[in-house]
Write a protein that binds this ligand. Structure first.
Ligand SMILES: [Zn+2]
Length: 310
């Protein structure tokens, strides 16, 4: 038994497998990422709290003597245990290491892989279909799609349709693509509805109310890219999809004239008119910071022509 194992046993520290599970659950609770473990970081204490570690368990240090340099090095046992658990998860492809994530996002974080995402859901008692309702939870594979979408050059002659889609892609590829599209669009619009500005998440911070809407709908072979996407709250997503409003070429909102024919108590709560209020302000939707990432005019023209009810 090594010095380290002896200490782990003496202090009755949690097993590495238990820590691995706790880490996966924590990753799920934190949207798929946790910062690289450093002393004093919240995550180190949070996990220690989860295992109800006592003061001795939290502060026990391993001492290693470097004979050549005649130096004594101390490292926290709990910290090492966490790192070893994360390292074991990375060896089994459940997470990617901070060095890999750094290349993708510029941040030194542990990030779930798709395999790790599935496993984290499984040990949390959730079905893998729960991924659909967690569109902003990161995974390495989806992040690669997001990066590709965000880095794509804005085409001059953009075709908002992708007719090859059904022929060549596997189910897995399609799922990653759709999740990548959602994540990229939601992040670009800073998690808020581009029409009314609503921004809200669930109390556990895992689910966002906002949705990534296709401008040329998915059912009409609309592309899963940022030039064919816009972030909308559930109500405005529905109203956009059924043609109650559309966008002008300069991204101003236009409302269907049919609104006048609605009974007086429709589309309003008290004095607030859900659709009518949009035209009164005559304003543009809230767009991403980068002009390069605005929806393409070819998508919004198609929507105006074929979905909008003027
Ligand atoms: Zn809205």
């Amino acid at each position: 038994m090594s010095y380290e194992s002896r200490m782990l046993a003496q202090l009755a520290m949690p097993s590495r497998a238990e820590v691995q599970h706790a880490l996966l659950r924590t990753l799920l609770r934190n949207g798929g990422i946790v910062k690289e473990f450093g002393t004093g970081q919240d995550i180190v204490d949070q996990l220690a709290d989860e295992f109800q570690l006592n003061k001795r368990q939290r502060t026990a240090a391993l001492e290693t003597i470097y004979r050549k340099e005649n130096r004594l090095k101390k490292s926290l046992l709990w910290h090492r245990l966490l790192f070893r658990a994360a390292d074991a998860l990375a060896s089994e492809d459940f997470v990617c290491r901070p060095t890999q994530t750094l290349q993708l996002t510029g941040k030194r974080e542990w990030m779930l892989t798709e395999k790790g995402f599935d496993e984290a859901l499984r040990i949390s008692g959730l079905p893998t279909t729960a991924k659909e309702s967690l569109p902003t939870t990161k995974s390495y594979e989806v992040q690669k799609v997001v990066n590709r979408l965000l880095e794509a050059r804005r085409p001059e002659n953009y075709q908002p349709f992708d007719r090859t889609r059904k022929l060549v892609r596997t189910v897995r590829e399609t799922a990653l693509r759709v999740r990548g599209f959602r994540q990229a669009v939601i992040e670009l619009y800073n998690f808020r509805c581009s029409v009314c500005g609503l921004k809200i998440n669930s109390p556990d911070s895992l689910c966002w109310e906002v949705e990534a809407a296709h401008i040329v709908p998915h059912g009409s072979f609309g592309r899963d890219d940022i030039f064919n996407g816009v972030a909308l709250c559930r109500f405005h997503h529905w109203a956009f999809d059924v043609g109650w409003f559309a966008l002008e070429d300069d991204y101003k909102i236009c409302i269907s004239s049919k609104l006048r024919d609605l009974p007086r108590d429709f589309a309003r709560v008290g004095d607030y008119e859900y659709l009518g209020s949009l035209t009164k302000q005559l304003r543009r939707i809230q767009l991403p910071t980068r002009r390069q990432a605005y929806p393409h005019v070819n998508s919004i023209r198609w929507h105006r022509q074929f979905v909008f009810c003027p």
